[in-house]
Design a protein around this ligand. Sequence first.
Ligand SMILES: [Zn+2]
Ligand SMILES: [Zn+2]
Length: 75
Amino acid sequence: MPGTTPYRSRPVRCLYCENPLICAHCGKSFLLRSQAEHDSFYEPSAPVRCPHCSRIVRCRYCGATYSGSEDEYEH
Ligand SMILES: [Zn+2]
Ligand SMILES: [Zn+2]
């Protein structure tokens, strides 16, 4: 695909506590795998879902939920 910039997957740090962001639900590292995921992660208007368990990401260390502007809770 000419013109497509490869995106290197990399671990992300929690926006709140700056520890490596690990999903509290499944315990796996949260990775950004594309520019689109990168943009949505830093765009606070949309919930960020874990690529492993597809639940809304919650930081294992500080408990922050990346639910964007919506008050969405999962049980
Ligand atoms: Zn955190
Ligand atoms: Zn997960």
